[in-house]
Write a protein that binds this ligand. Structure first.
Ligand code: SF4
Length: 337
């Protein structure tokens, strides 16, 4: 992909505040983009990139872009032996658990996540001992050891349906305390009777949006539709026009007749919305996940030439087996719908 081709993709995307990419920006990165794209086919590799990674990765070198759930599924379908997973570590781990025979490489190495790192398997075991009658549910944004301790794993798009189908009334839900609060609100609306017990984690990106931000948007952009993710605070969600996971937010903006949106989520998704909806304007505050942005074109290049041991994802066999059971249980419960 040369600079002009790259520019045709990136020109509607912001890369600093709402400043758009220029042809000069694209000329600077075009040589490494070209080298990466050549190396992929030489090395039987495919690049899966989370929507929150840098736009030059998403639009320059990625073969597939999506959220953690979509990418894990894609990892099991691709024919290439080597998967370069541009995202954070728990996502690459999930891809490895689902596709144990592939080599999964994460360019940023052991990149963290405020949510996934908020609870360890030992802490979850303590919580389970305190509530022995409870079913144990984890959000997909959790580490492999935590998934291995759970009955079922969920995503933001199936969390309400799966938990409402769990046979037990008492549910331990980890690691997102804000999503847990949003589940309680949703279940009140749906008339579902469950007792939700949560741990203390939150996503540092979505947790930063406050009621004041929504009030400011409403004052400055009275026409804008305001949307956010269920990882945001319940009081913020309550003020928004729409709340949903990344896939649902993309669908909402695409299908809406409105022209202006404030999107309270990570900048990468804002970039995708700008790219996919050039006739629509995105306004309002911007939040960035530093963990996701740790993946760079340089790291991807190095991972393709000669990956470091810290970039190669390994999951303990027993942990992987048990974590896979909780992931498979999710697939099974979604299909049973
Ligand atoms: S956006 Fe939030 S949940 Fe996603 S990787 Fe960053 S900190 Fe974790």
């Amino acid at each position: 992909m040369n600079a002009q081709e790259l520019y045709s993709k990136l020109k509607n995307v912001s890369h600093d505040s709402y400043k758009k990419w220029t042809l000069k920006d694209c000329e600077e990165i075009a040589p490494i983009v070209e080298k990466i794209n050549e190396l992929k086919s030489q090395n039987d590799a495919v690049i899966l990139a989370h929507s929150y990674t840098l736009p030059e990765i998403v639009y320059g070198v990625a073969d597939y872009v999506g959220d953690s759930y979509e990418l894990s599924q894609k990892a099991s379908q691709v024919k290439e032996k080597n998967i370069i997973f541009a995202g954070v570590y728990f996502m690459a781990e999930t891809a490895k658990i689902i596709s144990p025979n592939k080599t999964v490489i994460i360019p940023a190495g052991k990149s963290g996540c405020s949510l996934a790192d908020s609870i360890t398997a030992e802490e979850l075991k303590t919580l389970k001992a305190k509530y022995p009658q409870a079913s144990v549910v984890c959000y997909i944004n959790s580490n492999a050891e935590v998934k291995a301790e759970c009955d079922v794993c969920v995503t933001s798009s199936n969390v309400y349906d799966i938990i409402s189908k769990m046979p037990k009334k008492q549910i331990i839900f980890v690691p997102d305390s804000l999503m847990a609060e949003n589940i309680k609100v949703e279940f009140l609306k749906r008339g579902v009777e469950k007792e939700i017990i949560s741990s203390e984690g939150s996503c540092c990106v979505h947790d930063r949006f406050l009621v004041q931000d929504v009030e400011d948007i409403k004052q400055k952009y009275p026409e804008a539709k305001i949307i956010t993710h269920p990882e945001s605070r319940p009081e913020v969600c309550a003020m928004c026009d729409f709340v949903g996971g990344t896939g649902l937010m993309l669908k909402y903006v695409k299908e809406s007749a409105h022209k202006q949106f404030a999107v309270l989520t990570e900048r990468g998704l804002v970039n995708r919305l700008e790219f996919e909806n050039p006739d629509k304007q995105i306004v309002g505050p911007i939040a960035v996940c530093g963990h996701m942005k740790r993946n760079t074109l340089e790291d991807i290049y190095l991972a393709l030439v000669s990956p470091l041991s810290t970039q190669i994802v390994e999951v303990d066999k027993d942990v992987a087996e048990n974590a896979k059971k909780s992931i498979n249980k999710m697939f099974e419960m979604v299909e049973r719908k």
